[in-house]
Design a protein around this ligand. Structure first.
Ligand SMILES: Nc1ncnc2c1ncn2[C@@H]1O[C@H](COP(=O)(O)OP(=O)(O)O)[C@@H](O)[C@H]1O
Ligand SMILES: [Mg+2]
Length: 243
């Protein structure tokens, strides 16, 4: 066994976070804008999401929900606080290292699926597999993943040949095929009818458990909160439990 360097004197809460799988955010603050007009997008946010947990974040437009996902996923660096994903500190790392951690450990799902128009469903997944810095053999087979989300028979269709709910399923399959530790989902049901919305969030809850992924889902849809393990509310950059 190679000797480990002695741990540096750090905040004990950070030490604990570095041992935890899933997502841990501690005292995270983020400001947008210039001195003339500063927006406190995140204000002392604490959030822990364990593997297998589906956490929902509700709140009005402009409350900071997308900022929360951007910081959790290493797309933005907070002004203060720490973010760890699968025990990796996303805040002290260089941008290059952060990008590597993001590709290795984070999956994103966006409102409209954000699929590439020219690619078939299966190729959306294959492209994601090529980008993620992980040994090919550890990737779940793309067809198996599409089967899991109920789309085995539509693997060769392009996004314009799929319904809104099917596109969202491809988006979820693409995010999961690289086996992320944390899945960040921004308003996945915004473009879907009620039945499809329930299907999508049930799928997220099932995959969270099945794959031991820590899932954070931002939503306006109070109807689907019944499938979530924890519900948080965000108002003016402050995150509270309940909602
Ligand atoms: N890049 C940016 N520059 C300046 N202000 C921003 C930027 N991104 C978001 N904001 C502001 O930060 C606040 C939170 O935004 P956001 O996280 O997108 O909220 P939500 O997703 O809850 O609607 C809003 O007031 C928004 O206008
Ligand atoms: Mg948003």
């Amino acid at each position: 066994m190679s000797p480990r360097p002695a741990p540096a004197a750090t905040d004990s809460r950070t030490d604990i976070a570095l041992k935890q799988p899933g997502l841990v955010m501690r005292a995270v603050s983020l400001r947008h804008g210039t001195a003339a007009e500063i927006v406190q997008a995140l204000d002392d946010v604490h959030l822990t999401v364990r593997p297998g947990e589906l956490a929902a974040v509700v709140g009005p437009s402009g409350a900071g929900k997308s900022s929360l996902l951007a910081v959790a996923g290493g797309l933005a660096c907070p002004d203060h606080g720490t973010v760890t994903v699968a025990g990796h500190d996303m805040t002290v790392a260089s941008r290059r290292v952060r990008t590597g951690l993001r590709r290795r450990h984070i999956g994103f799902v966006f409102q409209s699926g954000n699929l590439l128009p020219a690619l078939t469903a299966i190729d959306q997944l294959r492209l994601a597999q090529r980008i993620a810095p992980r040994a090919e053999r550890t990737h779940r087979d793309a067809y198996e993943m599409l089967t899991e989300v109920g789309l085995a028979d539509k693997a060769d269709r392009r996004p314009d040949q799929l319904s809104g709910g099917e596109r969202q399923r491809v988006g979820i399959a693409r995010a999961l095929v690289t086996e992320p530790s944390v899945l960040l989902v921004d308003e996945p049901t915004a473009a879907l009818d009620r039945a499809r919305s329930h299907d999508i969030v049930r799928l997220l809850a099932r995959e969270a458990t099945r794959r031991s992924v820590a899932v954070v889902m931002v939503t306006h849809d109070h109807d689907v909160l019944q499938y979530c393990d924890t519900v948080y509310e965000m108002i003016d950059g402050k995150l509270t439990i309940g909602g």
